[in-house]
Ligand binder design. Structure first.
Ligand SMILES: C[S@@+](CC[C@H](N)C(=O)[O-])C[C@H]1O[C@@H](n2cnc3c(N)ncnc32)[C@H](O)[C@@H]1O
Length: 345
């Protein structure tokens, strides 16, 4: 017998189909509190781990949110706000939850009131939203917004102090995030990019020769996921792969509030971010390295850089480096940030 009833599985399947087929944006799909609770115990949990990866990286990089207002656009069950409030426990300002679904807004508000009683929580619809000076959260929503809706959201977002945007790691979602958000905000001259980028120049992903690529990363799946019967049944019944957790993200802030240098290289020059997974061959890896000068297919040989080679096999920590290269070969590599849980010995 499955952990989930047939009726629950039917709901989860319907939701997933809408997300995967890109039809979820057509109309409000939340039908009951039960549906929201099911989503919260399953898909939202996975989304929460992606947020943990992004927030963990920001913490390692010493980035702190500014202001006293969080706005969660397309909040669903409010998982993004909850993860942010869990990471930045001192936050005690206002949380504004926006969703086209009144049921979702209510669910998210209740969940946040319970977990963060120090915050004042308010719900709103898009016409009431004012992002002025706020830190805005957006999560798994870009595929549900048509051009008109996205343009309205971006107009609201452009008044914010900063935003954290996490999406699924599909080619389409990632490239839309870059082309329609990153490049547009950078071009305005009023915004800077915090992550995942190592620089503030035009994104090399958008060059014609890089059409096949997209900006994505892998989050750590906590070991508890494999013991959780709810997640186990999700994997067995719906085919959700619990071993991998790819995601895309974009963090930007207003120039006046930036905490990093503004020389065009957010990580001090010469930094590289590895995109996706290293491809392993006998004695070497091939990696896709995003650098200010472009996107490069590079080779990490065990005999050239044994520590880096080992580290890539374990895929731990934030994939930000400073490399010395000779042609395609990486001859030396320094990790820019090593997370506490990564054991590089
Ligand atoms: C896949 S869910 C993601 C929810 C939450 N952000 C998360 O990461 O779990 C997308 C949410 O966006 C909301 N949404 C979609 N289109 C919207 C629109 N045009 N205006 C407001 N909310 C919208 C949906 O109702 C849904 O709650």
């Amino acid at each position: 017998m499955s952990f989930w009833t047939n009726a629950q599985l039917a709901i989860l399947r319907r939701l997933r189909e809408g997300f995967l087929q890109g039809t979820a944006g057509d109309a409000d799909y939340w039908k009951s509190q039960e549906e929201l609770a099911l989503y919260d115990q399953t898909f939202a949990k996975r989304i929460g781990w992606k947020w943990d990866a992004v927030l963990g990286e920001l913490e390692l990089r010493g980035w702190q949110p500014q202001g006293t207002r969080l706005v969660d656009l397309g909040c669903g069950t409010g998982i993004a706000s909850r993860r942010v409030l869990e990471h930045w426990k001192d936050f005690s300002g206002e949380v504004v939850l926006m969703d086209r679904s009144g049921l979702a807004r209510g669910f998210a508000a209740e969940a946040i009131r319970q977990r963060a009683p120090q915050c004042s929580v308010r719900t709103a619809n898009i016409s009431e939203i004012d992002c002025e000076g706020a830190l805005v959260l957006l999560s798994h929503v870009i595929t549900e917004l048509d051009a008109k809706a996205l343009s309205l959201w971006l107009e609201r977002l452009s008044r914010a102090a900063g935003f954290l945007w996490v999406e699924s790691a599909t080619h389409g979602a990632s490239r839309r995030l870059i082309a329609e958000v990153r490049e547009r905000f950078l071009k305005s001259g009023q915004w800077t990019v915090v992550g995942p980028c190592t620089h503030r120049s035009a994104c090399p992903m958008l060059r014609e020769e890089n059409e096949a690529h997209w900006c994505h990363h892998f989050a750590r799946v906590p070991s508890e996921a494999h013991q959780d019967p709810a997640m186990g049944a999700l994997s067995k019944e719906l085919g959700v792969d619990l071993r991998v957790l790819p995601y895309s993200f974009l963090v930007m802030e207003r120039l006046a509030l930036q905490t990093t240098d503004d020389k065009g290289d957010s990580l001090g020059g010469g930094a590289a971010r590895l995109i996706g997974r290293p491809r392993e061959f006998k004695g070497y890896h091939r990696v896709l390295s995003c650098e200010k000068e472009g996107l490069f297919d590079r080779i990490v040989q065990k005999r050239d850089v044994p520590e880096l080679y080992r580290r890539l096999r374990k895929e731990s920590g934030v994939p930000l480096f400073r490399f010395t290269t000779e042609g395609q070969r990486i001859c030396a590599g320094e990790s820019l940030f090593v997370s506490p849980e990564s054991d590089d010995s």
